[in-house]
Design a protein around this ligand. Structure first.
Ligand SMILES: [Ca+2]
Ligand SMILES: [Ca+2]
Length: 274
């Protein structure tokens, strides 16, 4: 009888430990809150100690992204390029990083292409896939040093919710959601699936646009992102089945509002740009 009791206690203890580990694995320790970042601090490095969490066991890393069919190359090093709005530069101001991270911006990509005459030339919008385990997953066949990459996904949330995003990047990461900047970190995380900051963010009901930019200097160059398990269970993330611009826009057409409901966000983004 006593042994049976002891056995139960052992099983109970183990299951507690396991569920704790599971929690850490799936979400990580939230160490960034109170976003989005005020404009005066957009280029200030995220505050706090680096967690160096191993998220290589996470199976929700996002693999499909909407973006350009090539990188911004010869960026002069990520430190030099990071403060520049390369979307604004490449579209004569028709789009900016902030507007690109809104439903309005996604719709504008139908008509606005990007051209960087001295930094890669004309680019077109497409869907591309990356391997989260590959520490060079941003190279995309181009030069392997000194470039910037932009990656976009649309998250369709069933309700307004708090969510936790976990990025891994090499080198400088900047992340915008719905016209606001939520993350700025010039320091590489250490490995393709190593996370230093788990950031609490706000998702609204319906379509949320995430814009993830990463600037590369030399060596490893990777961009990876996943959210906490509760978020992945609750939302739909696009691109899903699509593999080019037309199929992506078709795929999200039912998710994006016909009349933008986030007009205020757009106006706010425009005001901040001026
Ligand atoms: Ca680290
Ligand atoms: Ca690097």
């Amino acid at each position: 009888m006593k042994i049976r009791y002891l056995l139960l206690l052992v099983i109970f203890t183990f299951s507690i430990i396991l569920s704790g580990m599971n929690f850490v694995y799936a979400q990580g320790k939230v160490n960034v809150q109170d976003g989005p970042i005020p404009e005066a601090e957009w280029m200030v490095k995220v505050a706090g100690a680096e967690l160096s969490e191993d998220h290589s066991g996470v199976d929700t890393w996002i693999t499909k992204w909407y973006g350009l069919d090539g990188n911004y190359i010869n960026n002069g090093g990520f430190g030099a390029s990071a403060p520049k709005d390369l979307i604004e530069l490449g579209t004569d101001g028709k789009l900016t990083q902030l507007t690109l991270s809104t439903v309005v911006g996604i719709n504008k990509t139908k008509d606005v292409d990007v051209n960087w005459p001295d930094n890669g030339g004309a680019r077109e919008w497409t869907v591309f896939e990356i391997d989260p385990a590959n520490p060079h997953n941003m190279d995309r066949g181009g030069p392997v040093d000194n470039y910037d990459m932009y990656a976009i996904c649309v998250i369709d949330a069933p309700k307004a919710m708090k969510s936790v995003m976990s990025p891994a990047h090499d080198d400088h990461a900047q992340i915008w959601i719905n016209g606001e900047k939520w993350y700025n970190n010039p320091t590489w995380t250490g490995a393709a699936q190593q996370v230093d900051f788990n950031i609490e963010v706000d998702l609204k009901k319906g379509a949320n646009v995430v814009l993830f930019r990463c600037g590369e200097g030399g060596g490893h160059g990777y961009l990876n992102l996943h959210f906490d398990d509760d978020t992945h269970d609750a939302v739909d993330i696009y691109p899903d089945k699509s593999d080019d611009q037309a199929s992506f826009l078709k795929e999200v057409a039912g998710v994006l509002p016909v009349e933008p409901t986030d007009k205020l966000t757009t106006i706010w983004a425009d005001i901040k740009r001026k």
